[in-house]
Design a protein around this ligand. Sequence first.
Ligand code: AMP
Ligand code: TRP
Length: 332
Amino acid sequence: MKRVFSGIQPTGNIHLGNYLGAVKNWVDAQDKKENFFCIVDLHSLTVPQDPDELRFQTRALAAMLLACGIDPDKSTLFIQSHVKAHAEGAWLLNCVTPLGWLQRMTQFKDKSAKQESVLTGLLTYPILMAGDIIFYDADEVPVGDDQKQHVELTRDIAQSFNGRFSQPFFTIPKPIIPVVGARVMGLDGPAAKMSKSSADKRGHAIRLLDEPKEIMRSFKRAVTDSGREIIFSDAPEKAGVNNLLGIYKAVTGKNKEDVIADFANARGYGDLKVGVAEVVIDMLAPIRAKYGQLMEDPAELDRLLAIGATQANAVAQPKVDEMKRIMGLVVP
Ligand code: AMP
Ligand code: TRP
């Protein structure tokens, strides 16, 4: 079975795009792959965070992923900082990675250009990420386009380590980029994708914790066009309708013909919007309920996270210990 490593930062509001474009795929792939889902709290520290808020968001994301169907009996879900090998191994990788490789990263260049004072962690962020992946010998890393360069750097680091210590020690991972068709666009303007950073803007996103009334309101306000044709289309003016149909298709799992048939009697976009809102509300209701249960039962959430951390530690710590030995450290 292929081993997959996914990392998610515990910052920002998780929305329908995250769910349909990423989380749902992880849930559906649990039987086909060996999955490690890591909430990368150490990565979030590379920009200033409010401590209480970070702690809350980390637990909230864990509860949300479990509520969405990540099954601890099938997958390993854990918090990065609970597994000490990540921080420990990252130091070792720091000592074999040329500075120039990090300075070339476009995300570092973009983010550091926007800040007056840049933390060292922002520069070495991709090293921590490389460790996440290679300490588990992951074969596949599902990431958005923006993270592809970091996975390529991970491959370079792993290859150079293998070459230098002349043994095939680390597995060389492959980035898996989701198909563009799976993109959910903003409801307030279908030219831009639904994004975490705009998730709190009125009418832009459906957040997974939104109340049914709020969801209905956001869909009713969704930007469409002045026509009345309910069709899948790549035409820019149909982007709004196309997005609504795409959401309906992803939620129901129906094919395009059946989706269109469901709206054959619609009297206009109003009916389409209500129809889409209803399936989304029905899909999210049990997720919200499960999330609520887990957040009200911190002991149960801690128990599940401890199982995940134990499983992850059993893979990553021996790998990092072996790495230390290879590099010349005395391992007790
Ligand atoms: P981010 O919100 O950028 O941290 O992304 C987390 C995951 O959700 C990544 O796998 C993204 O590719 C996916 N994702 C984010 N926004 C969307 C969207 N609007 N449509 C589909 N997938 C998305
Ligand atoms: N850098 C990724 C992001 O910002 C998160 C991440 C950290 C990650 N470690 C990872 C993703 C390992 C995949 C594998 O989205």
